[in-house]
Design a protein around this ligand. Structure first.
Ligand SMILES: [Zn+2]
Length: 149
């Protein structure tokens, strides 16, 4: 029996913003599978075209697989054909953190869960997709859990 962090007993707030989740490395390793840990906690990348949600069109809300915070809606998902689930915007701006990532010899913008700091993917702009924002939040399937509506 491992104690859950206090994500359930917290009083609801007006904004319905998720309660921040802070676990130690050891606790994350217990909670996540090795592959989830590699992507979410070590900023790994899932292989393209293999993720369970790449082509999913099911209506629902995508939650952070690490902490269950609601991050994206199916209405914001679009077919980018890039091999990863792609969204043109998050459920709400404050649900995610965007930060510059200069790894791998290029400048990219990393996308993190605002509630637990886990790595979700990257966001790219100005690629010419026919979406309301022309942003592509390229998110690892393994970073998400789909809650069907
Ligand atoms: Zn999270």
């Amino acid at each position: 029996m491992t104690a859950e962090p206090n994500t359930s007993g917290a009083a609801p707030t007006d904004s319905a913003a998720p309660t921040p989740v802070e676990l130690t490395d050891e606790q994350w390793r217990e909670k996540l599978t090795p592959e989830e840990y590699r992507v979410l906690r070590e900023a790994g990348t899932e292989a393209p075209f293999v993720g369970e949600y790449t082509d999913t069109t099911t209506v629902g809300v995508y939650r952070c697989r690490a902490c269950d915070a609601e991050l994206f809606r199916s209405e914001q998902k679009f077919e980018s054909h890039c091999g990863w689930p792609s969204f043109f915007s998050p459920l709400a701006a404050e649900r995610i953190i965007e930060r510059e990532d200069r790894s791998m010899g290029m400048r990219r913008v990393e996308v993190l869960c605002a509630a637990c700091g886990s790595h979700l993917g990257h966001v790219f702009e100005g690629e010419g997709y026919d979406t309301p924002t022309d942003l592509r939040y390229c998110i690892n399937s393994i970073s998400l859990t789909l809650d069907e509506a």
